[in-house]
Design a protein. Structure first.
Ligand SMILES: Nc1ncnc2c1ncn2[C@@H]1O[C@H](COP(=O)(O)OP(=O)(O)OP(=O)(O)O)[C@@H](O)[C@H]1O
Length: 298
């Protein structure tokens, strides 16, 4: 069996709308070995979810090859893809995607039944064990609405793990959880990765997850990097200030402050604001206006 759980070779994804072509991924190469916990980070809209969908065979690349557990899935037809997905790939999404009118145990049984390999009894036995592993013993017969967000996410993880897939793909798995539930889910993910040697690939904005990673990828401008972007927040501020729109933005701000100044003076004349409050407000407003005037004219 291949050492590499996932290989993406020269992946391009170009979305076509009526008026334009949007290249979202531009020749991405990526390889994740078995047992790794890899993280993909990058700014909003940089193509992280698109890359994950392509890796999991949910979407097809415009160009390039996708190899999962040594099997090239790029040209498989929908039927073959569905079967491969059920056996080799587990998905966990930010929104859990549990089926509302199925209980926790039935939700976990679903992907096992889809593989066509397990009897109902076997699927139930595995699902019950998985729920125990993720700490949900006693909650098996509850419906998703009777579980907390963190518990629902753990059901989703149990469901992804149940068929023992080669890789588990997670898209913002802690995105809709509070800090405590997120830490509990993350510790579970790390433990599963270490105890079961499960390959896990996580798309996230959460820097806490990056601490757990064996490898971190960064996407920017449709390309992938193994080093974090070097530009700092201070660089970004400089970039913003030198951009064409910044001057006009400052002018709009200036207009708004001037309107506020007029409104303050009018309110003071009508006795709506005590003079000592007015004095302080006028001072700070005038200071901001003079600063902005300098910017707007520079
Ligand atoms: N079906 C589609 N048709 C056209 N454009 C799309 C489609 N799907 C995604 N895009 C565009 O592709 C880009 C990448 O989207 P994607 O969801 O992969 O980004 P992301 O990095 O996961 O963002 P976020 O962190 O905000 O979830 C975005 O600009 C998005 O608008």
């Amino acid at each position: 069996m291949s050492e590499e759980a996932l290989v993406l070779r020269d992946i391009w994804k170009i979305y076509r709308t009526q008026s334009e072509e949007i290249p979202v991924l531009k020749g991405v190469n990526l390889s994740v070995n078995q047992g790794e916990l890899a993280i993909i980070m990058g700014p909003s809209g940089s193509g992280k979810s698109t890359l994950l969908s392509i890796a999991g065979g949910l979407e097809r690349p415009s160009k390039g090859r996708v190899i999962v557990g040594g099997v090239d899935i790029t040209d498989l037809d929908e039927d073959e893809l569905t079967k491969i997905r059920a056996r080799k790939i587990g998905f966990v999404f930010q929104s859990f995607n549990l089926i509302r009118n199925l209980t926790a145990v039935e939700n976990v049984m679903m992907p096992l039944i889809f593989t066509g390999m397990y009897s109902w009894r076997q699927a139930r036995e595995i699902a019950l064990k998985m729920l125990e592993i993720v700490g949900l013993k006693g909650h098996e017969e509850k419906f998703p609405r009777q579980l907390s967000g963190g518990q629902q996410q753990r059901v989703a993880i149990a469901r992804a793990l149940a068929p023992s897939p080669d890789i588990i793909l997670m898209d913002e798995p802690t995105g809709s959880l509070d800090v405590d539930s997120a830490s509990r889910v993350l510790s579970l993910v790390k433990w599963l990765n270490e105890a079961f040697g499960q390959t896990i690939i996580i798309v996230t904005h959460n820097p806490e997850i990056a601490e757990l990673a064996t490898r971190t990828f960064y996407i920017r401008g449709g390309e992938i990097y193994q080093q974090p972007p070097t530009s700092t927040l201070a660089d970004k501020v400089k970039e913003l200030k030198s951009s064409a729109g910044y001057g006009s933005f400052a002018k709009v701000q200036l207009d708004l402050l001037k309107i506020k100044l007029e409104a303050l003076e009018a309110a003071a004349k009508q006795g709506k604001i005590p003079p000592e409050v007015l004095e302080g407000e006028l001072k700070s407003l005038e200071a901001r206006i003079s600063k902005l005037e300098k910017y707007a004219s520079s």
